[in-house]
Design a protein around this ligand. Structure first.
Ligand code: COS
Length: 389
């Protein structure tokens, strides 16, 4: 389907596809097996000016937006979900600065993120603050011109590899979500260290670590946005980031389907290629339709964000929900088309299946997305009712 992307975006997409096909796909299985962070590929993306594709030109970016970012993430994900999330988590980590940073903070941090000189990461989740994101226990206590951070963040993508961390911590522990603030923490700050790299089911080359803060003193000027408004910073960040997860899911689904079709055209059973049978054709039709619907919803949401719409929580949650469910559906069907081969690690589709699963979980489980969508739909209905009364 043609989305009538700008000429510039088509060029970006074609280059991302070339990098994915020629440089990522041949290494995807090895990176997965070794669980090795893909620095070599991140450096290629850096040289291609992709790290700041979504950042304004005044901060050293290419001047694109969430649509540009989504298109790149989708292309990278067709080759490897783990590489794609390492790339996308960098954007996620920078969103709080882009959305809530002062001019000074933006000028200090964004150009290095845009050039790829520094990698970013976002730290919200803790052992008791997963879906219940407001239940953050990490504290930030004001001490003169500093805040002192204590606590632990769990499952942080790009943890240990990133240089700049946007961290949500509590300044008023008895106030729950309304006592949270957002901070910028640099990697080499004394009192800031990392736990072990987690061993995961999928996206295994990406880095997922615990962040440990022990009397970690950061300058008060590293506060992002207003004190006690950190929950809003986190929610707005996730609203902006969820189309990226959707794009990752679409790329994974498309990559798995491409492999399954190529395999099915060669696989002969009962004297014919299995793609000549209706049972397989219907799988291809169902998968292709769901992928295209997910892509249309995601691109439309990305455009909404890039047009500076005020509220896109519902659309952002919808595309993440639909695309990640699509990825799980398509990768399951792709394995079915491969039959027994699909279950073997020698063939690529089992990795797509493992990589797909996380997209239903991270950046908010799909159950949480449904709550967000329903709450927004009900809010809109109440507003419309008021208007007509
Ligand atoms: N934009 C702006 N403000 C928002 C918002 C959004 N998208 N979502 C919530 N808020 C505001 C609410 O308006 C409310 O404001 P007031 O304090 O002024 O009343 C405040 O935040 C608290 O909102 P709410 O009561 O809805 O918060 P809950 O504790 O019930 O949590 C969910 C809401 C479940 C949606 C939130 O915790 C969430 O998104 N959880 C999933 C977290 C997640 O995605 N984690 C993934 C790891 S990070 S990669």
């Amino acid at each position: 389907m043609d989305y009538y992307l700008s000429e510039e975006l088509e060029m970006i997409r074609d280059l991302a596809r070339k990098i994915a096909t020629e440089m990522i796909a041949p290494r995807a299985a090895e990176l997965d097996e070794k669980e090795e962070f893909p620095w070599e590929i991140i450096n290629i993306l850096k040289e291609s000016d992709f790290m700041g594709v979504y950042l304004p030109e005044e901060y050293g970016g290419l001047g694109g937006g969430i649509l540009e970012l989504s298109v790149v993430v989708e292309e990278l994900s067709r080759a490897c979900g783990g590489v794609a999330v390492s790339y996308a988590a960098n954007a996620l980590g920078s969103f709080p600065i882009l959305l809530f940073g002062t001019e000074e903070q933006k000028k200090k941090y964004l150009p290095d993120v845009a050039s790829g000189e520094k990698l970013a990461a976002f730290a919200l989740t803790e052992s008791e603050a997963g879906s219940d994101a407001g239940n953050v226990k990490t504290t930030a206590k004001k001490d003169g011109d500093f805040y002192v951070l204590n606590g632990r963040k769990q499952w942080i993508t790009n943890g240990g590899e990133a240089d700049v961390y946007t961290v949500i911590a509590s300044v008023k522990p008895n106030k729950g979500a309304r006592g949270l603030s957002a901070f910028i923490v640099e990697k080499d700050t004394p009192g800031f260290s990392f736990g072990k790299k987690e061993k995961k089911m999928g996206i295994r080359c990406s880095s997922t670590r615990e962040l440990i803060f022990e009397d970690c003193r950061i300058p008060a000027e590293n506060l992002l946005g207003l004190e006690s408004r950190g929950f809003m910073v986190a929610m707005k960040t996730l609203d902006m980031a969820r189309p990226g997860v959707a794009a990752q899911a679409i790329g994974i689904a498309q990559g798995a389907l491409d492999h399954a079709i190529a395999f099915g055209m060669e696989r002969v059973q009962f004297g014919h290629a299995i793609t000549t049978y209706q049972a397989i054709k219907h799988k291809i039709a169902e998968c292709s339709t769901r992928i295209e619907a997910a892509r249309a919803l995601t691109y439309a949401t990305a455009k909404m964000i890039d047009k500076n719409e005020k509220n896109y929580s519902k659309e952002s949650a919808m595309c993440k929900l639909f695309a990640s469910d699509t990825a799980m559906f398509v990768t399951t069907e792709a394995i079915q088309i491969y039959g027994g081969h699909g279950y073997m690690r020698e063939y690529p589709v089992e990795k797509y299946f493992r990589d797909a699963k996380i997209t239903q979980i991270y950046e908010g489980t799909n159950e949480i997305q449904k709550n967000v969508i329903a709450n927004e739909a009900l809010r809109e209905a109440r507003k419309n009712r008021k208007k007509t009364n």
